[in-house]
Each structure stands twice: as structure tokens, then as C-alpha cells.
Write a protein that binds this ligand. Structure first.
Ligand code: FAD
Length: 383
């Protein structure tokens, strides 16, 4: 694996870094308080090509490899995890699934819209009764006599839920378990489709997280993504790469923590010297720095495997598990460096900790990733 960035990768990182410094980081605290990022940011992300990374140019994508994708997500995550998550879901989970499993018609219809930011996607797998145990979902899709499917049921915790124009919905069309699930691309303005925003989140407050409800929502068979009964394959393929994008976002959080903590430690004086002079403060900073480096290398390894066509699912679990726990640790350590000032929202580290906390929960909890890694090591399924 070559750790030297190519000219294109370095350029895209620079573009993402300056965009983050100019248009995201200065607004992140206000968006967090307002419980909404500025929606115009989506069009700007589209214009820069960040919503089409790794997708073919013929469908509006901007090309690029998965390492470039990770570099952009690290920068966005450094600025505001809420923005990073919008991209990870609409591009990483939805557009990439359309590209991988869609018909030519589905690609031509959805990809130019999703990559430009004209449309936003959400990924609707989790239900109130099935989180980690997603294969037991109960939302139903029933085939009607005219060939249409009728969807009934509900989803929860859906990122981009109230903003999305299209939902990638996983519904039961057959037998219990993962073989009875089919994926559908469902426009969110159809009759019977309702969305309710979830308020009061600990972090990621700028994101529109929602409950979705389907009451006989009718879609044509052309809305089906992939084969009948193969929806769980679509979901797992999306999440295997999605976990890399969460990991990249976590590297961004940990870096933001490091930069804020180093700056503060140089400015704040106690006992007549900057607190950076105290060895125990340096220990906290060193811990964050090691977490940043280690999480980034594990994340880049996944990107490298994807780009070289090597297996990457376990590597993705390893990176996501480590990077998410590292981001929480980094934010906690950074808050310690800030002392009491870290506890009030005039300073950014409290938000970093709140935003980091969900990373060990979604796209597979830390426990689920430990089980996945354990299964890969032993061949024994301990779920
Ligand atoms: C802000 C936010 C955004 C989200 N966005 C999306 C989205 O866009 N789309 C989507 O589909 N979902 C989304 N989710 C849902 C997320 O993926 C789930 O919350 C996650 O999968 C965990 O499911 P759960 O919350 O039901 O927890 P549960 O599955 O009920 O788990 C509770 C606890 O039990 C543990 N546990 C469960 N099973 C086992 C086991 N076999 N062995 C050991 N421990 C176990 C878990 O690790 C956890 O600690 C989001 C969640 C949040 C909070």
C-alpha cells in the first residue's frame, strides 16, 4: 500500500480542506444549536463533486478512488459530522447502491440528481423492533395484481429522513430472515409515505433524523433495486463500504479534537506556564495524536483494498470499530485538556464528544463489529 498521495488525491484533499475551513467549520456550532445545517450546503457539495466521488462520470459522478473519498470525508468530518453524515448516506449508501445494483434506467434517473445535490437519498433499514438484528425487519412489500408493490410498516433513526427525495427501503417480500428481503427506491412524496423528525438527539443535531411510515405506499416494479429476495445483500454491500466512510469521518473528529486541544494547551496558562508544559497534558495530546494516526491508517487500508479489488469487509469492521472508539476517546481527552471550559458550548470539544458518541452505535454497534471480526477469525457465528 502506497501512503504517498497522488496529485489528484492531494488536490481533492486540499479542495475539501479549504471548503471545510470556509463553509462548514465556522457554522457548525450555530447549525448544532439550530438543529439544522444550512440546506444550501448540499448544492455546494454537489458542485464540488463531493456527492459523486467514485461514481462514473457518465452518470454525473466525479470519478476518484476510495482513498480520495476517505480524504474528503475526513475533512468534512473535521468541520461538522452532521455534514459528513449527509454525504456518507446520500452518496455512500444510496447512490453507490444504485450504481452497483441498479438498472440502466434507475442509474440514469437517480444518479445525476443525487450526485449534483438536486436530490438527496436516505437509507431505510432500521425499524423500532430491529436494529442490530436487521434481518428480522417487518416492513412488508406485497405484490399486487397490476405488478406494483404496496409497502406498509415503519422505519426509525433514518438519517436525511425528512430531507430525502428518495428512500432506499428494505422490506419483507418473502420468508423470514435475510433471504426474504427486497430493496426498493421509493420517492418520498408518494401518497401514504409520512416522515416525522426525531428531536432531542445527543449529537448530530444538524442532521434531519426521522421516523418513516409507509401506509400502502405503491411503487412500480421498476422501483425494485436488485432481485426479489436479495435486498439484504444490497444492504450489507452498502454498509461494508459505509463503515469505511464512518471511520473516515471519525478520523476527522479526532483530528479536530487534536487541533483544538493543542491550540488551547498553548494558550491556557496555569501555575504560571501554558498547560502544554505539563507532562500529563502532553500525555492527553499524545494519546489523541496516536488515535488519529492509527484510525487513519486502518481506514486507508480499507480504501486500498476496495480500489485493488481485494476483500475488505473485515478490514472495514476493524477500521470502523477502532476509529469510532478512538473518536470518542479523542473527544473525551480533548475535553479534559479544556478543563471546565470544555463543558460549555462556547468551545467546540463538547460537540465533538456528542457527535462522536453515535459512531460506536450506528452502521453496526461496536459489539456487532467485535462479533463480525470474531466470526472472521474463528469461522464461528456468535450472533
Ligand atoms: C443518529 C442516528 C442515525 C442513524 N441513521 C440510520 C440510517 O440512516 N439508516 C438506518 O437504517 N439506521 C440508522 N440508524 C440506526 C442504527 O444503525 C441503529 O441504532 C444500530 O444499528 C443499533 O440498533 P439499535 O439502536 O436498535 O440497538 P440494539 O440492536 O437494540 O442494541 C442495543 C445494545 O445491545 C447490543 N447487542 C445487540 N445484539 C447483540 C448481540 N448479538 N451481541 C452482543 N450485543 C448485542 C448492542 O451492541 C447495543 O449495545 C441511526 C441511528 C442513530 C442513533
Amino acid at each position: 500500500m502506497d501512503l504517498e498521495l497522488s496529485e489528484e488525491q492531494a488536490a481533492v484533499r486540499e479542495l475539501a480542506a479549504s471548503f471545510t475551513d470556509r463553509e462548514i467549520a465556522p457554522h457548525a456550532a450555530a447549525w448544532d444549536r439550530a438543529e439544522s445545517v444550512d440546506r444550501a450546503i448540499i448544492g455546494r457539495l454537489g458542485k464540488l463533486g463531493f456527492l459523486g466521488l467514485t461514481l462514473p462520470e457518465e452518470y454525473g459522478g466525479s470519478g476518484g478512488d476510495h482513498l480520495a473519498y476517505c480524504l474528503v470525508l475526513e475533512e468534512l468530518g473535521r468541520g461538522d459530522s452532521a455534514v459528513r453524515g449527509i454525504v456518507s448516506v446520500s452518496l455512500g449508501l444510496v447512490a453507490k447502491s444504485v450504481n452497483a445494483f441498479g438498472t440502466e434506467e434507475q442509474k440514469r434517473h437517480w444518479l445525476p440528481r443525487l450526485t449534483s445535490g438536486e436530490a438527496l437519498g436516505c437509507f431505510a433499514l432500521t425499524e423500532p423492533g430491529t436494529g442490530s438484528d436487521a434481518a428480522n425487519l417487518t416492513t412488508r412489500a406485497v405484490r399486487e395484481s397490476d405488478g406494483h408493490w404496496s409497502l406498509s410498516g415503519g422505519k426509525t433513526f433514518i438519517t436525511n429522513g425528512t430531507w430525502a427525495d428518495v428512500a432506499l427501503v428494505f422490506a419483507r417480500t418473502g420468508e423470514p430472515g435475510h433471504r426474504g428481503i427486497t430493496a426498493f427506491l421509493v420517492p418520498t412524496d408518494l401518497p401514504g409515505f409520512t416522515r416525522t423528525e426525531i428531536h432531542g438527539k445527543l449529537g448530530l443535531r444538524g442532521q434531519a433524523t426521522a421516523e418513516l411510515s409507509f401506509d400502502g405506499v405503491r411503487v412500480p416494479d421498476g422501483a425494485r433495486l436488485g432481485e426479489v429476495g436479495k435486498g439484504f445483500t444490497v444492504a450489507m454491500a452498502a454498509l461494508a463500504k459505509g463503515r469505511m466512510s464512518v471511520a473516515a469521518g471519525c478520523v476527522g473528529i479526532a483530528r479536530a479534537c487534536l487541533e483544538a486541544a493543542v491550540r488551547y494547551a498553548g494558550e491556557r496558562e496555569q501555575f504560571g506556564v501554558p498547560i502544554a508544559s505539563h507532562q500529563l497534558v502532553q500525555q492527553l495530546l499524545a494519546g489523541i495524536a496516536v488515535d488519529v494516526e492509527a484510525a487513519r491508517l486502518l481506514t486507508w487500508k480499507v480504501a486500498d483494498h476496495i480500489d485493488r479489488g481485494l476483500p475488505f469487509a473485515t478490514e472495514s469492521s476493524v477500521a470502523k470499530l477502532f476509529a469510532s472508539e478512538a473518536a470518542v476517546r479523542a473527544a473525551n481527552n480533548a475535553l479534559q485538556v479544556f478543563g471546565g471550559y470544555g463543558f460549555i458550548d462556547e468551545y467546540p470539544v463538547g460537540k465533538y464528544l456528542r457527535d462522536a458518541r453515535v459512531m460506536t452505535l450506528y452502521e453496526g454497534t461496536s459489539q456487532i463489529h467485535q462479533l463480525l471480526i470474531g466470526r472472521a477469525l474463528t469461522g464461528v457465528n456468535a450472533f
